[in-house]
Design a protein around this ligand. Structure first.
Ligand code: KG4
Ligand code: ZN
Length: 337
């Protein structure tokens, strides 16, 4: 069967065709129209501009996705669309477009939660990965640990109480003059610095919980950069990048270790845009190896927002009979939160 996956929750408009053969997913196309160059001018995502850019791109990329897959609308068995969480105006563009396409062509419509999409990205090419397992979704908007009970059935075990890890990376990168989103540039710069040079507060919350808080860490790094600048003291941005990254990676790794111990899980998956961070991937892969836990992570090309992950998560919702009608609405919040 063929599923069209549509994603427009933030600053990428994406459409993808995924074919399912004998329960195995194959990406036939995955077109991503990034708005990053536009938002970079403002140092972050401007919601109104994001909505307009989605409107401009959505029809074109949907045609491209179908053409590249070599199919037409008539061949589709379902249309899956991100309906939560994200920027409400941005989500509405994808939801309304998908609704029109589905009802004009009599194709079942499947609403998909973006977080479930990120987790689904880990299944591509990894036939051994099967629920139940433990997953960490770490992106620009989320830092949460889930027990994946089944393909479309998640329980949240822990989450951030304020900012997400990606947001925290992007903010510090911006202060150090890197273009938005600075996460990937900070990842590279961290190799040139000393991870022990500066002591920052851990984002792992104290106590018997699996929660995070990135705001204290972020403020501490901002104060370090600003107070040194005010005093005319030259600092090493590479040391800031290395120490900050080390602090984020150690904090996340410690909570994942606790979650693995508490849940008794034997498989762990790392997903979301920040899963592309090489230091975090290495640390969590090492932890799993040490504990004899199998480790899964999407290819870097599937860590960021894309339609293929939505199509596959949509397939699992389809199998559960989770369809939507014309009354489908978008929500800025995830029902998983
Ligand atoms: O999942 P995603 O594409 O969008 C959201 O759902 O938020 O994640 C985007 C986030 C941005 O904050 C970006 O800076 C971050 O992922 N990111 C990285 C890396 N690559 C992307 N953060 C750290 N290291 C990276 N290599
Ligand atoms: Zn995302």
């Amino acid at each position: 069967m063929y599923i069209l996956g549509m994603e427009s929750s933030c600053d990428e408009t994406s459409a993808s065709v995924v074919e399912i053969i004998d329960e195995k997913p194959y990406i036939r196309s995955n077109i991503v129209a990034s708005q990053i160059d536009i938002h970079r001018l403002y140092g972050g995502v401007v919601p109104e501009i994001a909505s307009l850019a989605h409107i401009e791109a959505v029809s074109r990329i949907t045609h491209e996705a179908l053409d590249e897959a070599g199919i037409t609308l008539k061949d589709l068995d379902a249309i899956a669309v991100t309906s939560s969480p994200g920027l409400i105006g941005a989500l509405l563009v994808g939801v309304n477009f998908a609704k029109s396409l589905a009802f004009a062509n009599n194709i079942p419509l499947v609403p998909v939660d973006h977080i479930k999409g990120h987790v689904a990205a880990a299944y591509f090419g990894k036939e051994d990965l099967k629920p139940p397992f433990l997953a960490l979704v770490v992106s620009g908007g989320h830092t949460s640990i889930y027990h994946i009970r089944d393909y479309a059935d998640f329980d949240e075990l822990g989450t951030t109480r304020d900012d997400a890890a990606g947001e925290a990376f992007d903010k510090i990168a911006r202060v150090m003059g890197m273009p938005y989103p600075g996460g990937a540039a900070l990842d590279k710069l961290a190799y040139d610095g000393d991870p022990k040079a500066i002591k920052f507060p851990s984002p792992a919350l104290h106590g018997d919980n699996l929660d995070f808080s990135f705001s204290g860490l972020k403020t501490s790094a901002l104060n370090y950069i600003n107070s040194n600048a005010q005093k005319g003291i030259e600092i090493s941005y590479a040391d800031v990048a290395a120490s900050y990254t080390d602090c984020v990676v150690k904090g996340i790794t410690s909570k994942v270790e606790a979650a693995l111990a508490q849940s008794g899980a034997t498989t762990f998956a790392l997903s979301g845009g920040v899963a592309a961070n090489s230091h975090l991937r290495a640390s969590l892969a090492r932890l799993c190896e040490k504990k004899g836990i199998s480790f899964a992570c999407p290819d870097k090309s599937l860590c960021g927002d894309n339609g293929a992950m939505i199509a596959l998560a949509g397939y699992y919702e389809y199998k559960k009979g989770n369809f939507a009608g014309t009354s489908l609405n978008a929500s800025a919040y995830s029902p998983l939160d």
